[in-house]
Design a protein around this ligand. Structure first.
Ligand SMILES: [Zn+2]
Length: 446
């Protein structure tokens, strides 16, 4: 079936901006990008809008969306400890509602592909329901020497198999050794030598906070103190978090390194030489007081794959990549006191073609190219905060908001159009989320 989407502008991200352009799709695949040709009855015309590739949110946790606003103004260490305690009160159904809330926000924000780290597995249910594309990484944890690694590996394998069995045609699966402070070396080794995990994509939080750096380099700080209180044996490797993850064999061309706020030149070189990708989450890092990542250094490093992510709504608080791109750009310019190091196109690439390459999905998505999946969005340029939008790319980065998204198409299917979710019932999810809100406030007060 042929469907055509046209607008005042088409920004393919692998070629020139087209004025009065159209994207022709057939059976979910892009077949042509061109100036508007003869009128067709299967055309959806967006007038004063720009059509671009669907955005790629390479790091999020959809299942935490209902916890938005629950953990404000606390340090990273307190944040993660409280989050882990609160998680125990959620049922499997609660996680699915929370993840669906996040999936709806993705569709309404022009996000078509996600890299999602899940503990409960609910993100898979939500993405299948919403029709999103991407990869779900099953999280696992084992820091306590008294917890056998074999049991954790078996449990991980079973969860991964369960995710894989119901993943549908748009989703892939991977694993997420959660972080340096929740996975001990023996656990990394167990996964490394277990043939069942050969070639499975990895997503890991690394070098996020000063507390983490203190833990790996000196064996001191809040994480090390917590280990001591809980009787956990921890031998500091006395290297940076990035070097530590590298030494554990967890870096490679299928690895996403999430955050990487605290990296020096040698850490960045390790990421590049191992063909790992770095996923930048600047708002989450700033909100938790974790620091400002060296984006300008990353951009100068040849062959380093870079994507961008919102992280979860419990540390951001919006799943809005327009806000994330702008924040990344402006924050970095403020940090380096120059406009030369980071350009608008750099952050837009991170949210499209760069994010696709980071996730190993660039053959399918990330640019509007004939032969790729018909994942595209249309962003309105007529709102007051955009007008007069003379350059659509600069309007998107410097003024754009998630609420400017008019159309979200995945695999040729219109999922969201002018405020309406075309394929799912959003009211039901919002009603359930209101029920969850009461439960969360009770947990918070207990
Ligand atoms: Zn995260």
């Amino acid at each position: 079936m042929i469907k055509t989407f046209s607008a005042a502008w088409v920004l393919p991200m692998d070629g020139q901006l087209i004025e009065n352009g159209e994207v022709v799709t057939e059976d979910g695949i892009i077949v042509d990008i061109r100036p508007i040709a003869t009128p067709s009855k299967d055309r959806t015309h967006l007038s004063n809008a720009v059509i671009l590739p669907g955005l790629i949110n390479a790091h999020t946790h959809l299942e935490y969306t209902a916890l938005r606003g629950f953990l404000e103004d606390v340090s990273f260490f307190t944040w993660i400890r409280t989050l882990n305690r609160t998680k125990a009160h959620f049922t499997a159904e609660d996680w699915v509602v929370s993840a669906k809330l996040g999936a709806l926000e993705c569709l309404a924000s022009g996000i078509t592909t996600i890299g999602d780290n899940t503990d409960s597995g609910a993100s898979m249910d939500a993405t299948l329901w919403a029709g999103l594309r991407g990869r779900i990484y099953q999280e696992f944890f084992n820091i306590d020497h008294r917890t056998p690694v074999e049991g954790t590996a078996q449990d991980l394998f079973e969860k991964l198999s369960a995710l894989s069995a119901r993943r549908g045609s748009r989703m892939e699966v991977g694993i997420s050794p959660h972080a340096t402070y929740t996975i001990r070396p023996e656990m990394f080794e167990a996964i490394h030598r277990d043939r069942r995990f050969d070639g499975v994509p990895i997503s890991i939080h690394v070098a996020e906070s000063p507390a983490e750096v203190q833990m790996t380099t000196e064996g001191a700080g809040p994480f090390a103190e917590m280990f001591e209180r809980r009787g956990i044996v921890w031998t500091p490797p006395r290297v940076s978090p990035t070097r530590y993850v590298y030494d554990q064999g967890a870096m490679g061309d299928k690895t996403l390194l999430i955050h990487c706020v605290h990296q020096d030149e040698s850490d960045i070189a390790l990421a590049a030489s191992s063909c790992s990708a770095i996923i930048h989450c600047p708002k989450s890092n700033a909100k938790l007081g974790a620091g400002i990542a060296p984006l300008d250094q990353w951009l100068k490093t040849s062959d380093l794959k870079l994507g961008i992510g919102t992280d979860s709504a419990v540390s951001n608080n919006s799943i809005d990549l327009f806000e994330e791109m702008r924040f990344a750009l402006l924050l970095q310019r403020g940090r380096v006191e120059s406009v030369d190091n980071v350009k608008a196109v750099d952050v837009l690439q991170m949210a499209t073609s760069g994010g696709a390459a980071a996730m190993g999905m660039d053959a399918d998505v990330g640019t509007l190219t004939p032969g790729k999946k018909a994942d595209l969005i249309a962003v309105d340029l007529s709102a007051l905060h955009m007008a007069p939008a003379t350059d659509p790319q600069s309007a998107l980065i410097y003024s754009g908001r998630a609420s400017d998204v008019r159309l979200t198409v995945i695999g040729g299917e219109v999922c969201y159009h002018d405020g309406i979710f075309m394929l799912v019932d959003s009211d039901e999810v919002l009603t359930e989320a209101a029920r969850l809100k009461k439960k969360i406030s009770m947990v918070g007060n207990s």
